[in-house]
Design a protein around this ligand. Structure first.
Ligand SMILES: Nc1nc2c(ncn2[C@@H]2O[C@H](COP(=O)(O)OP(=O)(O)OP(=O)(O)O)[C@@H](O)[C@H]2O)c(=O)[nH]1
Ligand SMILES: [Mg+2]
Length: 233
C-alpha cells in the first residue's frame, strides 16, 4: 500500500455521526453503525494524492488515543450534533487539546451533523438511498429544535484560532470552515470532504518542497563517558 500523502482526522463526541459521515462519503450509503472502538481509516485518492481519513472513537474510554491519531494531521474535522449543544462544548473541552500533535499548519473544520433531524428547511434534500435501519436513522424521525446555530460554530472556530495562536487573516475564513451536514440525506457531505481535500493538497506540496523532516544522526554522536555511579557525564 502506498504511504498516504496527507491525513484528515474526524474528532467529536460519541453518537454525533463521525462514522456515518465517512460511510456516506466513501460508500454513498447510510448504514447502521456501531459505536467505534479505537479508530479506523479509509484511503481516498484525490487527484494524484492519497489522503487517509481517520475515524476515531468518541467514547471517553478511548480518549487517550485521540492525540495519537491526530499526529501529523493536515486537517481535523471537529464534529458535533446540531440538536445536542453539549456535543459542541465537548469539542472545546475535550477534543481540541488532542490536536496539539497535528501538523503546525493543520486546518480545522467545525461540522454540525444531523441537520435532517432539526426543524429547518435546508436539509430536506433527497435521500440518496432511502432511509436505512438504525436508531436515529430509521424512517422519518420527528423533528427536534435546532439547538446549535451556525454562529455558535463560528465562535468555536475563532476560539480554535486563538488556542492555536493563528492569525485569522492567514487561515481560511470561518464561513468556509463551518459546515452543517446530514450523513443521513447526504446534505453537504461531499462539499465538506472535497473542500478539505482541495485545501490539504497545497499543504502536501509545501511539505514535500520542504523535504523530509530534519533528523539527527545518532550514530555519529560520541558515546557519553560513564561516571563511576553509572550516570552519563
Ligand atoms: N438522523 C440522523 N442520524 C444520524 C446522522 N448521522 C448519524 N446518525 C445516527 O447517529 C447514531 C450514531 O452515529 P455514528 O456515526 O455511529 O456516531 P459516531 O460519532 O461515529 O459515534 P462513536 O463511534 O461512538 O464516536 C447512529 O444511530 C446513526 O444512524 C444524521 O445525519 N442524521
Ligand atoms: Mg463511530
Amino acid at each position: 500500500m502506498r504511504k498516504p500523502d496527507g491525513k484528515i482526522v474526524l474528532l467529536g463526541d460519541t453518537n454525533v455521526g463521525k462514522t456515518s459521515l465517512l460511510h456516506r462519503y466513501m460508500e454513498r450509503r447510510f448504514p447502521d453503525t456501531v459505536s467505534t472502538v479505537g479508530g479506523a481509516f479509509y484511503l481516498k485518492q484525490w487527484r494524484s494524492y492519497n489522503i487517509s481519513i481517520w475515524d476515531t472513537a468518541g467514547r471517553e474510554q478511548f480518549h487517550g488515543l485521540g492525540s495519537l491519531y491526530c499526529r501529523g494531521a493536515a486537517a481535523v474535522i471537529l464534529t458535533y450534533d446540531v440538536s445536542h449543544p453539549q456535543s459542541l462544548l465537548e469539542l472545546e473541552d475535550r477534543f481540541l487539546g488532542l490536536t496539539d500533535t497535528a501538523s503546525t499548519d493543520c486546518l480545522f473544520a467545525v461540522v454540525g451533523n444531523k441537520m435532517d433531524l432539526v426543524e429547518e428547511g435546508a436539509a430536506e434534500g433527497r435521500e440518496e438511498d432511502g432511509p436505512g435501519p438504525g436508531t436515529a436513522g430509521s424512517g422519518r424521525s420527528p423533528k427536534v429544535p435546532k439547538l446549535v446555530q451556525p454562529e455558535d460554530a463560528v465562535a468555536l472556530y475563532r476560539k480554535i484560532l486563538k488556542y492555536k495562536m493563528l492569525d485569522e487573516k492567514a487561515v481560511p475564513a470561518a464561513e468556509q470552515m463551518c459546515f452543517e451536514t446530514s450523513a443521513k440525506t447526504g446534505y453537504n457531505v461531499d462539499l465538506l470532504f472535497e473542500t478539505l481535500f482541495d485545501m490539504v493538497v497545497p499543504l502536501i506540496l509545501r511539505q514535500r518542497a520542504q523535504g523530509p523532516p530534519q533528523t539527527v544522526d545518532i550514530s555519529s554522536r560520541k558515546t557519553p563517558r560513564q561516571t563511576r555511579s553509572g550516570c552519563c557525564a
